[in-house]
Design a protein around this ligand. Sequence first.
Ligand code: SAH
Length: 355
Amino acid sequence: MNNIELIDTLEKTGHLDKEQWVQLFDTFTDDDRAYAAQKASAAAVAQFGKSIFIRGIVEFSNVCKNDCLYCGIRKSNANCERYRLTKEQILDCCDAGYEYGFRTFVLQSGEDKSYSTDTLCDIVASIKKAHPDCAVTLSVGELEYDDYKRLFDAGADRYLLRHETADEQHYGKLHPSEMSWAHRMKCLEQLKEIGYQTGCGMMVGSPFQTSEHLAQDMLFLERFKPQMIGMGPFLPHKDTPFKDEPAGSYELTLFLISLCRLMLPDCLIPATTALGTIRPDGREKGVLAGANVIMPNLSPIDVRKKYLLYDGKICTGDESAQCRACLERRMESIGYKVVITRGDHKSYDKDSSLR
Ligand code: SAH
């Protein structure tokens, strides 16, 4: 089959074989990409209309016990100036975000064990109490089943934990030996089992990544059926072992967004900050390739430059209100509208019956 036929097959059946994925990744052209983007954006519009869901991210701590080789806030980066937000500061960010129309708050951090599960439960419950019409998403890394369950019971609705790569050997090249691919995958299974709307995803073009790895990622996503998929290009950070590695491909990232949309049509797929960093109009192009979510920053302005996972990150100098306005304009420029709603995955959308 040629690539166009493969894209048609994916759209019809939601499945390709491993060799077919590899063929696509090895040989896709700009025309193949445009064809996939056109089909994928039509699929997204069929699901969501021309509406874009927004999530406000609060990056509440850049302290991390891990040493991921790609990440700018890794433990060994002595040049990273560390910070932690208090519960009050986090709540203030959410209050401000609510005024700007955010109905989902994403709490993201390094793996900072100074926030106990009790503390995090208290923060989640406080946000839900102040804003019962909002969803809370956590993105705080690998925990144990019990912790995930308690956080869910405290009111957390969703959890983002990128699998990074579905290949164990590849995972081993991106992470120190203390970190376990099997544990990360187990976390994802547990999150889903507990009832979180669960997001996974991978960096595109991370060092040592091959087309076979990406094929494995697609087969994993097909089997796991996450409610959310976060993908962005790998971008080097100057204070990491991968500082001289090339950035991931913008085109391949867009192509993957389209392919994920065709495989899992109702999935929530963000046009990520990394995509907006590698190209000024990356997020707009992400939406036109099939993404339906944008996740701007709600962190206090004085900490934004300290949460640098990679070099060149955009929006570190703008107030939240500016980010929000800029986004609205960007989406309108391509004929889309930012909507004020929780934006749940459709299988969880209980309309007004709030958890
Ligand atoms: N500590 C949490 C979340 C923070 S990192 C966790 O472990 O899930 C969020 C995501 O940023 C990571 O999953 C990774 O995919 C991405 N990321 C980290 N460093 C990056 C880099 N140099 N380039 C692109 N994306 C990166």
